[in-house]
Design a protein around this ligand. Structure first.
Ligand code: COA
Length: 257
């Protein structure tokens, strides 16, 4: 896969997408959003790939936000279109991907950058990372799902504070409020993320996809997550992975999914 603004590498069943505009702190311009969207679509279709890691290039930034230079002259209509297309094409798409997506936050994750990390299934950060939603300092609000996903992750009060102050929090503070799961050194960020990915790879991808759908259902308007869980749970009983997982347990051997 050849792109201008991102790099995609594949090793065994693990894919890594690296946003690659380090001189602009990996800010998300239209091209980057389109390329990310295409890369995720291709990886979703690729049966070999079981886990995806998303990170930024360089030592300074994961993503320092949406590219401010691209939207500073936008009208109201263009503004809503920017948010709608971004949410539908990329942010919601990642959240609902059938394969686990882990954000490895290697530096600034601001605005659209934090929103991108938040639509991943979970996040690991290096100790130099700084996170925040600075949009109100620009006279706008988060538009790629930040007002919805930040409260889901850190609670309403903390999210309100972060959005209203437009301030940044450290990786340790982000861990304390459950925005990230782990904090590592910069050198250890990708090895630690890969170690977690390797644990995931031992498990049933079919069951993991079902779990993603069930967890996400609880956050969908008008969907009863408990009912989705019952349906997905039942459907697992018809899969070869369920037969393999339970037979392997009873035979005291490792399952081969
Ligand atoms: N959009 C467009 N360009 C951006 C950007 C963004 N969100 N974030 C950084 N850049 C560009 C800068 O304009 C600069 O480009 P230049 O070298 O051509 O002038 C380059 O990336 C490096 O950024 P710089 O500001 O010089 O780095 P810094 O270390 O002094 O500051 C930040 C780092 C992250 C604090 C600062 O870049 C920043 O505040 N960025 C905007 C964050 C933001 O508001 N994001 C939300 C957008 S909705």
């Amino acid at each position: 896969m050849n792109f201008n603004t991102i790099l995609v590498s594949i090793k065994d069943r693990l894919a890594q997408i690296t946003i690659n505009r380090p001189k602009k702190l990996n800010a998300l311009n239209e091209e980057t959003i389109s390329e990310l969207s295409l890369a995720f679509e291709k990886l979703e279709e690729d049966q070999r790939i079981k886990v995806i890691v998303l990170t930024g290039s360089g030592e300074k930034a994961f993503v320092a936000g949406a590219d401010i230079s691209e939207f500073s002259n936008f009208s109201e209509q263009e503004g809503s279109l920017l948010a709608r297309i971004g949410q539908e094409k990329l942010f919601n798409y990642i959240e609902n991907l059938s394969k686990p997506v882990i954000a490895a936050i290697n530096g600034f994750a601001l605005g659209g950058g934090l929103e991108l990390a938040m639509c991943c299934h979970f996040r690991i950060a290096s100790d130099n990372a700084k996170m925040g939603l600075p949009e109100v300092s620009l006279g706008v609000i988060p538009g790629y799902g930040g007002t919805q996903r930040l409260p889901q992750l850190v609670g309403k009060g903390k999210a309100m504070e972060m959005i209203m102050t437009a301030g940044m929090i450290s990786a340790q503070e982000a861990k304390a409020c459950a925005l990230v799961n782990e904090v590592t050194t910069q050198e250890e960020l990708l090895p630690t993320t890969q170690k977690i990915a390797n644990k995931i790879l031992k498990n049933s991808s079919i069951a993991i996809s079902a779990a993603i759908r069930a967890v996400n259902a609880g956050f969908e308007d008008g969907t009863n997550g408990f009912n989705t869980e019952i349906e997905e749970f039942g459907a697992c009983f018809g899969t070869a992975d369920f037969k393999e997982g339970t037979s392997a347990f009873l035979a005291k051997r490792r399952p081969s999914f």
